[in-house]
Design a binder for this molecule. Structure first.
Ligand code: FE
Ligand code: FE
Ligand code: ZN
Length: 276
């Protein structure tokens, strides 16, 4: 089981590998720049190479870098959209230093111009930013469907994938988000995954965000709770981490915790898989 959480990127990649290891994690996520959107400093190639070697030695699963929350590729304002596109291009250039890992981002909000226009704009930005043999798989995150947010329906993610037309584009499923969007993974996990497979294809599912939800099914709120302390409950997470279609994917916690809390959740989740 590849389990981890969001880590601070302030001290570089090697430091994140060591921190992950110290809390029992064997993958992690990090923001490619700080969440307020200011410019991240340049990486040190020696640090990145050493981190890659340490990850291989420790049998880490793929990392799941996370694009800035403020990057909205489908905003109505052309200037803001151009800025978001430049952020995406810069992020993709940066994470390419660690081939074989993942870069996940929020498709964005169309803010009134309509779902179709938003989908076209995200797709356009991806077509422009992804080089032909790009070494990192780019993931669209399933969203809660708050306001005019894109990605709350599997059909919207499928439309973006189709409009981009590349095989190296995938999806990261966030348990809190799909629940808030109305997919009942608590009582009908298999049916939700069947729908995902029918609409998107399970071969496109590359990573999970494990979060409980502070709100009931279909609330479209997007407020994360600690594992077992929200509406989803611990048995939902047992089913998720043991599911044959999910158990080998990197799973990232984004619960309201500091490191000791993440360490406890990782231990809890590993204990739920009774077959390993
Ligand atoms: Fe996210
Ligand atoms: Fe998430
Ligand atoms: Zn969220």
């Amino acid at each position: 089981m590849y389990l981890g959480c969001h880590l601070s990127a302030a001290k570089g990649m090697c430091s994140m590998v060591q921190t992950a290891r110290s809390i029992g994690a064997n993958t992690f996520a990090y923001f490619t720049r700080n969440p307020r959107g200011s410019r991240a400093k340049r990486e040190d190639p020696a640090d990145i190479q050493a981190a890659g070697e340490a990850m291989a030695a420790l049998s880490f699963g793929p990392l799941v870098a996370h694009g800035s929350y403020t990057m909205n590729l489908s905003t109505a304002d052309p200037e803001d959209r151009a800025f978001a596109a430049s952020v995406l291009a810069e992020d993709l250039a940066r994470v390419a230093a660690l081939p074989g890992n993942f870069y996940n981002f929020h498709p964005g909000s169309h803010v009134g111009q309509g779902t179709q226009a938003g989908i076209e704009q995200v797709a356009q930005a991806l077509r422009t930013a992804m080089a032909p043999n790009y070494p990192v798989t780019v993931l669209l995150e399933t969203m809660a469907g708050k306001g005019s947010e894109l990605g709350g329906r599997f059909e919207e993610l499928r439309a973006i994938l189709d409009a981009v037309g590349r095989k190296d584009l995938g999806v990261c499923l966030d348990t809190c988000h799909v629940w808030d969007a109305g997919y009942d993974i608590q009582n009908h996990l298999d049916a939700v995954l069947e729908a995902f497979d029918r609409i998107i294809g399970l071969d496109r599912l590359k990573a999970l965000h494990l979060n409980d939800s502070k709100n009931p099914l279909g609330s479209r709120k997007d407020r994360h709770a600690r594992i077992g302390e929200g509406y989803l409950g611990i048995e939902t997470f047992r089913a998720v981490v043991c599911h044959p279609a999910l158990k080998d994917l990197p799973m990232i916690l984004e619960t309201p915790n500091e490191l000791p809390g993440y360490q406890a959740e990782i231990k809890l989740l590993r204990g739920l898989d009774t077959k390993s």
